[in-house]
Ligand binder design. Structure first.
Ligand code: ATP
Ligand code: MG
Length: 270
């Protein structure tokens, strides 16, 4: 492949089968993909099409039944706890339900300190750590001083989403997987969150994989779009190719479910 040197995350024949016999479900069925550095990718498909299962395999949270995943062109090795920790420095996620992402018993500063530790900042002086946390919070319009003694469940949904982005700001991963990151919040905060993510992409050169039902979002933010139907990628290409000139009836149906694709994501009015 000509652009192999910019390959960030790729896979061949990646498959996940749950259960066996009558309960056997092929959640992800031999998918191939190639995500490049700084690229914004959307994976779009109906509920149950296998998006979250694929995301979990990419993150190394569940194993694949078949197939190979490559990180920067090398076959991924997460066979030990330490290798997994190393891998997670490079790939991070924002999930559908931010409540599930945090340890409820850790205060917010512990959540952020953990990120600094993961980046090798364990021995930084306390003032430097506070400076980093303050900077991360202000990037997402949160005030660190007001958060230090709170628990994640004391935040609103929107604040929690922003705290997740503050974590990404500190962790600076190569790849961010965002599984329906904006589904919980209103359109205005949704635009802000997307804007923050795109800004991070530019600043730290991150690859972002959005996982969504929302083909309007996919059109608005992505370079490449993968359409997922019952565990398979049925169509892929640039956002313009796939969404403005869809070939598959399934893609057309997803598009028809969003009557006002352009207006909905017109940010000039926000
Ligand atoms: N742990 C599991 N055990 C058994 N089956 C599972 C498990 N996780 C997912 N599945 C099945 O795999 C299929 C794909 O599920 P997945 O959560 O990946 O879909 P999705 O595209 O993320 O859907 P949504 O848009 O609703 O989030 C579904 O049929 C689901 O029931
Ligand atoms: Mg899902």
């Amino acid at each position: 492949m000509a652009d192999e040197k910019n390959l960030c995350l790729s896979g061949t024949g990646v498959t996940k089968v749950f259960g066996f016999g009558r309960t056997r479900t092929v959640a992800v069925d031999h998918v191939d993909f190639a995500f490049h550095e700084r690229e914004v990718i959307s994976i779009v498909g109906e509920s149950g099409s296998g998006k979250t299962t694929l995301a979990k395999m990419l993150l190394g949270l569940i194993s694949s039944t078949e197939g190979d995943i490559y990180f920067q062109g090398q076959k991924r090795d997460i066979s030990s706890g330490r290798k997994k920790q190393e891998y997670w420095k490079n790939i991070q996620a924002i999930f559908q339900d931010p409540f599930s992402a945090y340890n409820t018993f850790h205060k917010i500063d512990a959540v952020l300190l953990d990120c600094i530790r993961m980046r090798g900042g364990r021995n930084l002086p306390r003032e430097k750590k506070v400076e980093l946390m303050t900077e991360a919070c202000s990037f997402v319009n949160l005030k660190f001083a007001e958060l230090t003694n709170k628990y994640p469940f004391e935040l609103s949904g929107g604040q929690m989403q922003r705290l997740m982005i503050a974590r990404i700001f500190l962790l600076k991963p190569k790849i961010l997987i965002a599984d329906e990151p904006t589904s919980m919040i209103d359109a205005c905060s949704r635009a802000t969150i997307l804007d923050m993510l795109m800004q991070l992409r530019d600043e730290i050169g991150m690859t972002i994989v959005f996982i969504t039902h929302d083909i309007g979002l996919a059109y608005f933010v992505s370079d490449s779009v993968y359409i997922m139907e019952r565990g398979k990628f049925v169509e892929r290409g640039s956002a313009d190719e796939v969404i403005l000139r869809p070939k598959e009836p399934y893609t057309r149906r997803l598009i028809n479910d969003v009557p006002k694709i352009y207006e909905e994501w017109d940010l000039s009015t926000v």
